[in-house]
Design a protein. Structure first.
Length: 146
């Protein structure tokens, strides 16, 4: 299994990197708030429209037959979304690994208790107890005949 990068290339931790990406992607908005544009108009003026994405750092919601079909964004916007995806995956993997480590530590504690001297002595005592000793400890339940 590959080792999880807990720090980005510039030394930021995952949480700090996530906060930074959230700030950078403040441009994300619900689809209903994106400027709508007919696909035909966008297509006829594609060069100007694409250059406009870089100039005003905006998104375009393309419609075909008055139905929302695509969101066009700058490469910079796409890269920010890609980075966000990477950080989220790393955070989830770190959380999974932390849970596995915690479960492993709990297992180690239980294993030590089960294989320790006290457990060994108790097991030995249970296996060597006599029938008379067992009979002395018997206490019938409420539904059992005495």
């Amino acid at each position: 299994m590959a080792e999880i990068e807990l720090h980005s290339e510039d030394g930021m931790g995952l949480i700090e990197e996530a906060k930074s990406i959230i700030e950078k992607t403040s441009w994300l908005t619900p689809v209903s708030n994106i400027l709508k544009e007919a696909s035909a108009h966008f297509g006829r003026n594609i060069e100007r429209e694409l250059l406009g994405l870089d100039d005003d750092n905006s998104l375009k919601l393309l419609q075909l037959r008055k139905r929302d079909k695509a969101v066009v964004m700058s490469v910079e916007h796409y890269q920010q979304l890609f980075e966000m995806n990477k950080v989220i995956k790393a955070l989830l993997e770190k959380q999974r690994m932390d849970k596995l480590d915690e479960a492993g530590q709990e297992f180690d504690i239980m294993y030590r208790e089960l294989t320790g001297k006290n457990a060994s002595n108790a097991t030995s005592h249970l296996l060597t107890v006599s029938e008379d000793d067992l009979a002395e400890t018997f206490k019938p339940g409420k539904t059992e005949a005495r």
